[in-house]
Design a protein around this ligand. Structure first.
Ligand code: HPA
Length: 273
């Protein structure tokens, strides 16, 4: 996978675009209702883009939805690529690279997470991340057109936008806090000891995606916003087992809070331009 391959994939999408997209949105598990905010003009399936990895996960569709969100030209990535599906970290971040090449400046990464310090129903605005348990998406030869060999990661998630979102959410008394996210490789949920480790390292939540995507897009100069919905207590924090079904049920039942925080994030981006 080199720059010309990525450019060819981006070109496939570009043919369907009416204007240069400014915002990218990645939908997390059970959060597909967030695509309602997009006024969709067109859609391109992953399998119609030559060389594009496909989603192996049933709950992830695998397409790019093109349109406008709150009037902002946007692309929704409906179908995330996970490291546990067998793709390399670099392959998992192909969607972020395509968005970068198309000119996207802001990226909202959403996901469902296990809560280490906050319980189900809480939305966490990502302050920072620990992603060093998963290989870097920047391993291998650096693609200079995409970003520098040794990129700074002091602001993986945009501090100004995150602050605005948190303040507004707090003013509206939403169940919303800031937190440090830690990516695990998955697909198994973490053990109690792993969650204890995450807690001692300063993580507020754990999940199986997102960290590497944020690294790739930040490498490409994109301003990230991370919105995580806590769907369960991480293993061992409370009694009981974690199931995939429980994650999807809570993602649905917390829809109102998640939607409102997402709207606040869109407003923050609108006002930043
Ligand atoms: N761990 C990892 N990923 C998750 C979890 C979890 O507890 N909940 C939702 N996604």
């Amino acid at each position: 996978m080199d720059y010309s391959d990525l450019k060819a994939m981006a070109k496939e999408i570009e043919r369907h675009l009416e204007e240069r997209p400014l915002l990218g949105i990645v939908l997390g598990s059970g959060l597909s209702y967030l695509k309602d905010y997009l006024v969709e003009d067109d859609r391109i399936d992953f399998h119609n883009i030559q060389g594009h990895p496909l989603c192996t996960n049933k709950s992830h569709k695998g397409c790019y939805r093109l349109g406008t969100t709150h009037g902002i030209p946007s692309i929704v990535v409906d179908g995330r690529l996970h490291f546990y599906e067998g793709y390399s970290a670099r392959e998992c971040t192909i969607p972020e690279r395509i968005l970068q090449i198309l000119g996207v400046k802001f990226l909202i990464l959403t996901n469902a997470v296990g809560g280490v310090t906050s319980g189900p129903g809480t939305v966490l605005v990502t302050k920072d991340q620990i992603a060093c348990l998963v290989p870097s998406p920047l391993y291998g030869e650096n693609i200079e057109e995409l970003g520098p060999r040794f990129p700074d990661m002091s602001e993986v998630y945009d501090p100004a936008l995150s602050k605005t979102i948190l303040e507004k959410a707090k003013a509206e008394h939403l169940s919303c806090k800031e937190g440090v996210f830690m990516q695990f490789p998955g697909p198994q949920f973490e053990t109690k000891a792993e969650v204890e480790m995450a807690k001692r390292l300063g993580a507020d939540s754990v999940g199986m995606s997102t960290g590497i995507e944020a690294i790739a897009s930040r490498h490409g100069g994109i301003r990230n916003i991370g919105l995580s919905l806590v769907t369960n207590w991480a293993c061992g924090i409370k009694e009981g087992k974690i199931t995939d079904e429980e994650v999807l049920v809570v993602a649905k039942s917390s829809e109102r809070t998640m939607r409102r925080v997402f709207e606040i994030a869109l407003e923050a981006i609108e006002n930043d331009q």
